[in-house]
Ligand binder design. Sequence first.
Ligand code: CP
Ligand code: NVA
Length: 307
Amino acid sequence: MTNLTGRDLLNITDLNPTEIKTILDLAIDLKNGKQEFNCKKTLGLLFYKASTRTRVSFSVAMYQLGGNVIDLNPSRTQVGRGEPIQDTARVLDRYLDILAIRTFAQEDIQTFADYCDIPIINALTDLEHPCQILADLQTIQETFGQLDGLTMTYLGDGNNVAHSLLLGGVLMGMNVRLACPEGYLPSSEVVKQAQALATKPEQVVITQDIQGAVENAHVLYTDVWASMGQEEETEQRIPIFMPYQINQNLVNSAHKDAIVLHCLPAYREKEITDEVMEGSQSRIWDQAENRMHAQKALMACLLGLNK
Ligand code: CP
Ligand code: NVA
């Protein structure tokens, strides 16, 4: 049996395909009431950026696992006043059983991981959003009954979500196409990493050919055009990204059974139209719900509850 006890999740590639499958299968079992756990563990949440879904879904998931949650709001903890991460990490390690962090620099969660023995979870950085992608893969698996061989097209900014989606999708045997404007491409390091993981060249496509990217896609995915920390670029990005909007015309060019995903929060009539968000092919609300099931399964695995 796959044993993830004590491991960190800093990048989606910290997990291999078997480990991702273990988490997704457990998430689906937990969702369907086929498994439950009763632990006395404590999760810390240290979020330097805003969050609705991640904060609430982690909190409810830990409550339902029988544990406790402490919200370590940086504005009310000493780390927000300049206490070094190295010191904060070693102290929190002695109190908590697991810690989820949302911040800017990937290096900062790496420092937490270096100074903590407890599992550290990346709850979003500028580089990656691995927890989001676990819920996305769960949603795709539930819809199509498989991941391997499906085509997923992401349209928009080559950001944290795009990075984890590319790597996670390729790991699970999907073909992942990223349609991003010039100047807003995913990190070349991440693309190289995805190409190295791919078993077929068509598994990784980075393009400005929007129609070509959407053709026959089973999953259409988008995210905000300006991420947290880039708010001042919002207006300037609109004309650049408008051709990449997911609207009904674009959805009609995809596979006839295609589903539409968005990690949320969404800006209607910008990266996605209201019609598509509320339309019959949208799985966005199931996707948001799955954050809770996927993270419950993830924590159960990292805490060794499933052994
Ligand atoms: N998708 C996501 O991570 O949402 P929040 O920013 O609300 O947590
Ligand atoms: N790319 C977005 C995702 C929000 C969940 C951001 O980083 O703000």
